[in-house]
Design a protein around this ligand. Structure first.
Ligand SMILES: Cc1ncc(COP(=O)(O)O)c(C=O)c1O
Length: 460
């Protein structure tokens, strides 16, 4: 008979020998256990030893309704026994139709057509392909470039990677798909000095940088601008007031499509179904994934208006793009059950009511010498760590390595908090708890961060 300890040892050996973790230094596990998460319930997950962790990142910005929801699991199981699979290539199935209609009803303005994918990267890449083919069909074949912001993450497949603004994760895969163009992001904490004390002026400057990029590249060559409502990478950069309104004007002036990449920001993360609703702008395309199913099955997609659909709606025109598992029956059934919970439990209202409390609880950490900036919106925050609060000096590569990789990530996990303490090298702690969380969870997050960050300061 094998003991549970033997079973864990065997599992560890297999994890180290056969499994390849994503964006992970596998060498780090040579003398270290691979954390194995075996179960979830509400805002908590449990590892192979039965230890409990507060899921401060909703897995990966995914688990909006929390873990262990039987009604979603049952909706998936029911669908699998009725119709486990059929493609959306020339056929439809009822749950894809129902979900498309429901998303069209929830989406801002005239976005009423859904093209499903299985992931965020595919959604981002599908939107680029749609923009390219749309412009080819409408007599502007030279429009192919896409503008996005520095440090922004838009996915890892080759097209999405070309839109992503993180040099380090692109370099090994050069040459990139041609057409990616970068502009500044809205990190006000590190704004250039000439707009450093005026948030609105900073926002106008950052938006106008998009216009300058369009003019530099040649207005007739630019197809789309990709922006997240709140940029994730770099640690939660909300848009300054007026930023998106200005960007919308610029896009309209040059006939460029505005893609709101809401893979993180949709489905309640900012207290609204869509982040663009919160900031009052109308995108031409919304890309989504993650929270649409709260992770109970994979699903992504893009929402577009009839204007973009029009050239494809007559004659032989076809959007020449498809993905076997996109709009999977189980995933769409699960998404519908997920949205039922949003309604039944009024999760958007929960986020809106609690947002100031979450922010106030995190702001308490500002008394620590290592905390430079606390920023974000909704249930989506970044805490930037600094070496010197007054000068805002950040850590050099060595210190980042020692502090972030060598201490913080593991110490936070050991203390019972899942969050990200190393956003691809930036000294930022990211928090995005499930939307069911309340004050007791915020207090738990604050308590753990306070203890671990206090210890981190002594190690610099
Ligand atoms: C804004 C944004 N776009 C795209 C992606 C890629 O999504 P996926 O990992 O599902 O391919 C992500 C993933 O975190 C994201 O945050």
């Amino acid at each position: 008979m094998t003991s549970s300890l033997d079973a864990i040892t065997t599992e560890q050996e297999a994890a180290k020998r056969n499994l390849w973790l994503h964006f992970t230094r596998m060498s780090g596990y040579a003398d270290h256990e691979v954390p194995v998460i075996v179960r979830g319930s509400g805002a908590y997950v449990f590892d192979q030893h039965g230890r409990r962790y507060l899921d401060g990142l909703s897995g990966l910005f995914v688990s909006q309704v929390g873990h262990g929801r039987q009604e979603i699991a049952e909706a998936g199981a029911r669908q699998a026994s009725e119709l486990a699979y059929f493609p959306l290539w020339s056929y439809a199935h009822p749950k894809a139709i129902e979900l498309a209609q429901r998303l069209a009803d929830l989406a801002p303005g005239d976005l009423n057509r859904v093209f499903f994918t299985t992931s965020g990267s595919e959604a981002v890449e599908s939107a680029w392909k749609l923009a390219k083919q749309y412009f080819k069909l409408t007599g502007q074949p030279e429009r192919y470039k896409v503008i996005s912001r520095e440090i922004a993450y838009h996915g890892t497949s080759m097209g999405a990677l070309a839109i992503t603004g993180l040099a380090d994760i692109k370099y090994p895969f050069e040459p990139m798909t041609p057409g990616g163009v970068r502009v500044p992001n809205t990190n006000f904490y590190r704004a250039p000095s000439f707009v450093g004390d005026d948030l609105e002026a900073f926002g106008i400057w950052a938006a106008d940088e998009i216009e300058r990029a369009i003019l530099r590249e040649g207005p007739k060559s630019v197809a789309a601008v990709y922006l997240e409502p709140v940029q994730n990478s770099g640690g939660c950069f909300p848009p300054p007031p007026g930023y998106f309104q200005r960007v919308r004007e610029i896009c309209d002036r040059y006939g460029v499509l505005l893609v709101s990449d809401e893979v993180i920001c949709a489905f309640g993360r900012l207290g609204y179904y869509f982040g663009s609703e919160r900031y009052g702008y109308q995108p031409d395309i919304i890309t989504f994934a993650k929270g649409v199913t709260s992770g109970y099955a994979p699903l992504g997609g893009m929402l577009v208006s009839d204007v973009l659909m029009e050239p494809f709606s007559s004659g032989t025109a076809t959007f020449l793009h498809g993905i076997t598992f996109a709009g999977h029956p189980v995933s769409t059934a699960v998404a519908l059950a997920n949205l039922d919970i949003f309604e039944k439990e009024d999760l958007l209202e929960n986020v809106r009511t609690n947002e100031p409390k979450f922010r106030a609880t995190l702001d308490k950490l500002s008394d620590l010498p290592i905390v430079g900036d606390v920023r974000g919106a909704g249930y989506f925050y970044g805490i930037e760590l600094v070496k010197d609060k007054v000068t805002r000096e950040t850590f050099d590569d060595d210190e980042s390595e020692r502090l972030l990789r060598g201490f913080l990530s593991q110490a936070l996990f050991d203390a019972g908090l899942v969050c990200r303490a190393d956003d691809r090298g930036d000294p930022v702690i990211q928090l995005a708890p499930p939307l069911i969380c309340g004050q007791e969870h915020f207090d738990e997050i604050e308590g753990i961060l306070r203890a671990v960050l206090t210890e981190a300061w002594t190690r610099i």
